[in-house]
Design a protein around this ligand. Structure first.
Ligand code: NAP
Length: 278
């Protein structure tokens, strides 16, 4: 049985739906990405976002500042974009250079244009189960589970990693689906105790081979969010070769959660556009 969750295919379905909606309803959504410096990985991520926008008909502008720019000038630019009605979504590509305060910069974005779902207002609304723009990777994980008809109600979910970007929003999203959630992190004493109980295991730690076969329940659904490079080869946080012998469904890296993240960013841009133009 093929137990691979194909994120490329699943993301294509999301993108095709968006493309149709944009064409049939004559929508004109637009995204602006702000980049500070010339981080190599960021260059690749931004290029992927731009290509995906082009695919579905979202206008994508990239504003690239040198690393030497001041925080104040970046904030001025965000404020200009906040006030520009032709801009529906704004992203500040992370990480920012170390002299920048990411929290301050991100919270300058108008929450209705915060398509990465990282402002206080959107995070708070997610927790309160109000309408919100939600972080794209957690949304991508949930969309993938939905497309593969994975039932969540009453299931034991274990999330490894508690970042603001991935782990914490996932707690809320799984709770909303009536799953029972446990969350592990670098100070957890016995991760295996929790991963072994999980019907659905999501790993977002940034450590190759953190999750081995003995840590996984027979038949579990395993979602590997990690992106690492080992000997110049991309890999996730899960020992894919061996864990896939035990999992009922498992995501590969690359080709799993990554493409879903980009597809859900596009979804957020269209959602922001519709909200701003209702
Ligand atoms: P992060 O901010 O560095 O957070 C990592 C989390 O993992 C932290 O909560 C940390 O615990 C925990 N952790 C680290 N080592 C651990 C260990 N040995 N055992 C248990 N927990 C451990 O990273 P992130 O932004 O969430 O990203 C995580 C991974 O996902 C990275 O590889 C990143 O590249 C990838 N990622 C992929 C996508 C995608 O689209 N596929 C999107 C975003 C991120 P503490 O809190 O105790 O430090």
């Amino acid at each position: 049985m093929n137990n691979i969750m194909d994120g490329k295919l699943a993301s294509q379905a999301v993108k095709m739906n968006l493309k149709k909606k944009i064409e049939f309803e004559n929508l004109t959504p637009s995204l602006t990405v702000i980049q500070v410096g010339d981080n190599k990985a960021s260059n690749i991520y931004i290029k992927n976002k731009k290509n995906a926008c082009d695919e579905v008909g979202i206008k994508c502008n990239i504003i690239k500042f040198p690393e030497t720019i001041s925080e104040e000038l970046v904030i001025n630019e965000i404020n200009r974009l906040n006030n520009d009605i032709s801009v529906n979504g704004i992203i500040v590509q992370l990480p920012l250079p170390s002299n920048f305060n990411e929290g301050v910069i991100i919270n300058e974005i108008d929450p209705i244009k915060d398509v990465d779902g990282l402002t206080y207002q959107n995070v708070g609304n997610l927790v309160l189960e109000n309408e919100a723009l939600i972080s794209c990777t957690p949304l991508g994980v949930m969309e993938l589970l939905k497309q593969y008809n994975v039932k969540l109600e009453g299931k034991n979910v274990c999330i490894v990693g508690r970042s603001n970007l991935v782990g914490k929003p996932l707690i809320q999203l799984f709770l909303q689906k009536n799953a029972t959630v446990s969350i592990c992190h670098s100070k957890s004493l016995d991760i295996k105790k929790y991963t072994k109980m999980a019907d659905i295991l999501v790993v977002a730690a940034g450590h190759p081979n953190l999750i081995t076969k003995d840590m996984v329940k027979e038949g579990a659904v395993v979602i590997d969010v990690g992106i690492n490079k080992e000997n110049n080869v991309l890999c996730g946080d899960v020992d894919f070769k061996h864990v896939s012998e035990k999992a009922s469904l498992i995501t590969p890296v690359p080709g799993g959660v990554g493409p879903m993240t980009v597809a859900c960013l596009l979804k957020n841009v269209v959602k922001a556009y519709l909200h701003q133009n209702k």
